[in-house]
Write a new protein. Structure first.
Length: 263
């Protein structure tokens, strides 16, 4: 399936992977870009003038329905929906507040679920392909991202459940590794990047290739996919990796503690 002349809805479209998807897709398709950051959306519109943009905070009631409704009005329907918006906070699990945890699970789990339910209900025969940005962290939990890891694992289990019901040919999950985006800035000041790291453009390219091949799960990092396979034989790989990331978390906490005392 070539992605040409398609009607496409992209959430989290104003930055990172979402913006890279817009950049790749906008010339030969109709694109509705959704993001809560209105200023960033305006800049996106200036850069890619043919797209449609709407500021929507997906944490607000009715946001999913409104985005789909606007896509139908402005684009004339939906062929592809990229549920790309996501949220994470970086710190030990005890430091994440209940409200923050609620936001993480709402945006990373419940919102993609709502898109799946709504699109299947509105288009039962020819359901638009829903592409959910999950994460490599769904497979390997990383210290400092306990809630984020849990949310990505949850959305993967949701998708696997649909597939076991012999449904979901329209559903694709993407598992990026750490990506050079503003995500880490939003997760906390001075947050260390997990390894390996890819650019948003590299991830977007892999997503497009995977969607055109109608894959269920897309792994933009071949290195991570290989690590998953090797860890089945050499079970020490994942614990060593997690130990390295734990040392990063402890260093981050020491630096944060020093800064708070200084201030």
């Amino acid at each position: 399936m070539k992605i040409i002349n398609k009607k496409i809805l992209i959430t989290g479209a104003a930055s990172g992977i979402g913006k890279s998807l817009v950049k790749v897709l906008y010339k030969e398709n109709k694109v509705l870009a959704v993001d809560k950051d209105n200023i960033a959306l305006q800049r996106l519109k200036e850069e890619f003038v043919t797209i449609s943009c709407v500021p929507i905070n997906l944490l607000e009631e009715g946001a999913v329905f409104n985005s789909v409704d606007l896509a139908e009005q402005w684009l004339g329907g939906i062929d592809l929906c990229f549920a790309n918006a996501g949220l994470g906070y970086y710190d030990s699990w005890q430091q994440i507040l209940p409200q923050q945890a609620k936001e993480i699970f709402t945006l990373n789990v419940l919102i993609p679920m709502e898109y799946a339910h709504l699109l299947k209900r509105k288009y039962p025969e020819q359901t638009p392909r829903l592409i959910i940005t999950a994460s490599a962290i769904a497979f390997w939990a990383i210290p400092g991202y306990s809630y984020y890891s849990a949310s990505k694992a949850a959305i993967r289990q949701f998708a696997k459940g649909i597939w076991t019901e012999q449904d979901g040919k329209w559903l694709t999950l993407v598992h990026p590794v750490a990506t050079k985006t503003s995500f880490f800035e939003k997760a906390g000041n001075g947050v260390p990047m997990a390894w390996p790291v890819q650019t948003a453009d590299e991830v977007a390219k892999a997503i497009i290739q995977g969607v055109e091949a109608e894959k269920k799960e897309i792994f933009p990092s071949k290195l991570f996919w290989l690590s998953l396979q090797l860890n089945k034989l050499f079970l020490f790989i994942k614990p060593i990796y997690q130990s390295i990331e734990l040392s990063k978390l402890k260093l981050y906490q020491r630096k944060s503690s020093t800064l708070s005392k200084t201030n």
